[in-house]
Design a protein around this ligand. Sequence first.
Ligand SMILES: C[S@@+](CC[C@H](N)C(=O)[O-])C[C@H]1O[C@@H](n2cnc3c(N)ncnc32)[C@H](O)[C@@H]1O
Length: 266
Amino acid sequence: MDFDAFERSSWEGRAEAYERGFALMTAHLVEPLLNSAAVGPRTRLLDVGCGPGPVTAAALALGARVTSVDADLDMAELVARRHPHTEVRVAVLPDLPFPDESFDAVIGNFVVNHTGDPAAAARELHRVLRPGGTIALTCWKYPEHRAGAVFSEALRSAGADHPADVPTESPFSAYAEPTPFARLLAEAGFEGAAADTLRWTHRVDPGVWWADVLAGTALTGTVIARQGPATIDRIRAEYDRIVAGYATPDGRVALPACALLAHAVR
Ligand SMILES: C[S@@+](CC[C@H](N)C(=O)[O-])C[C@H]1O[C@@H](n2cnc3c(N)ncnc32)[C@H](O)[C@@H]1O
């Protein structure tokens, strides 16, 4: 299946579960993103791939004028319900329904890694930003992002087959290191592009994290859900074995998390 078509079908119906679980992980990047993009009172901000709106919420609290866009209708409806003061659109990168130079800042928290053509997405974000405007984007950094990598390791150790019609990886994988991520922005026309590596610890009940990732992620959630019951049991047993290495005395696990934050100016 084409990567974009896979993305459209696999986010459907995940919005509320994503908000309850996986968004607690992506929330770690909200403050660094707002700082990098210099968002403040009256900034015209585009939150692209907004999901349930962790960036939107924090930007509104700062007094920014926020437009929230997501490709998924459920996500867009959820962000509209939660944040009536943001303007919400359903739109799919690399095609945004805005005139040139509409925004002072653009933030995309873990969205460019979900696009089939990251270079075209970066060019479109350049188009809608005014000269001198700021952009800040994030992606996961593997293999350091253990909170995600434990799932691919569990799939491998359990001998699970990858479903033939599911993409094996995102086209963004080619950019998921600091230098290529910064180059993606530079080649789209941005100035002063750089990518920082951010590390933190995701402390969570291991059973809750398993459920959060199954319900709230497109690729990993789909690959696991498409296995037979016996294979899912084996994957879960491997997952339990691997995360036991990160156990804390309170019964939770402390999983190292790692992301890249790329920022630049138009
Ligand atoms: C990992 S979630 C990130 C959500 C949110 N930004 C956050 O901070 O948690 C990725 C979101 O990007 C959206 N998305 C995926 N591909 C997209 C595209 N091409 N254009 C716009 N949104 C897209 C998905 O529907 C999903 O809501």
